[in-house]
Design a binder for this molecule. Structure first.
Ligand SMILES: Cc1cc2nc3c(=O)[nH]c(=O)nc-3n(C[C@H](O)[C@H](O)[C@H](O)COP(=O)(O)OP(=O)(O)OC[C@H]3O[C@@H](n4cnc5c(N)ncnc54)[C@H](O)[C@@H]3O)c2cc1C
Length: 198
């Protein structure tokens, strides 16, 4: 059991928020970029994805004339990238954003770096023997694992909440089986959708 649990693997994550006066890239009609997420394909940068935070909600930037973007680096804690200081990381993000034509460095007013260890539970390493862990922990009647790293499962927020709610319902009903909790997030459909807020 211990050998299997120690063999579980995660991907780690660094995000660099940049506050900019404006972006260098716009929609074809000249209006500000509408995307929330942009996956970066250029092979000569390390950044993997970009978010425009204020396109999720305008409330995420204090001055509506400015833009907060997040450059996302998928990495391992053992990578040289992880050891860069926050300032070095911010400078790298600014250089890379400029290189792919997203912004001009002189438009950047502020930067914020966040390291997220174990951000992504991975389905390799010893994951193919995960049933050893599941059988062991399921043996404890009053232990209900829930959430993302709690279950080593690539759960989104909704899945994570649902596992917690299901666990509570089981406890209230005196159900000791964990089968319905493990069954969350086994569907193959992806349920995220865009909704217009009135
Ligand atoms: C980069 C990134 C992007 C994501 N994007 C999305 C998205 O767009 N949409 C979406 O739905 N989901 C997204 N997710 C997934 C979502 O964040 C997770 O599914 C959700 O946060 C998992 O909830 P949780 O309660 O299991 O864990 P968490 O939210 O990680 O909560 C666990 C808590 O336990 C605390 N903790 C840990 N160890 C201990 C300890 N020993 N003692 C006490 N407290 C402890 C931690 O500090 C933390 O507060 C994203 C995740 C990442 C990393």
């Amino acid at each position: 059991m211990k050998e299997v649990s120690e063999g579980l693997i995660y991907r780690d994550f660094i995000t660099v928020g940049l506050l900019a006066r404006k972006l260098a890239v716009r929609e074809d009609d000249g209006t500000p970029l509408k995307d929330n997420w942009i996956y970066i394909q250029e092979p000569d940068v390390q950044v993997g994805r970009l978010q425009v935070f204020n396109n999720w909600s305008p409330g995420l930037v204090a001055d509506p004339n400015k833009v907060w973007i997040g450059l996302e680096y998928f990495c391992n804690e053992t990578d040289p990238l992880w050891k860069l200081s926050d300032d070095e990381m911010a400078q790298l993000a600014i250089r890379e954003a400029a290189r792919i034509g997203i912004l001009n460095p002189e438009d950047v007013e502020d930067a914020h770096v966040v390291h997220v260890p174990k951000a992504y539970p991975a389905y390799f390493g010893s994951y193919d023997r995960f049933d050893v862990i599941r059988n062991y922990v399921d043996g404890f009647e009053n232990l209900f694992l829930a959430g993302r790293n709690g279950m080593h499962k690539y759960n989104n927020q909704d899945h994570s909440m649902l596992t917690a709610m299901t666990a509570v319902e089981n406890i209230v009903a005196g159900v000791t089986s964990k089968a319905n909790i493990w069954a969350v997030n086994t569907e193959t459909d992806y349920h995220e959708e865009k909704r217009q807020v009135a």
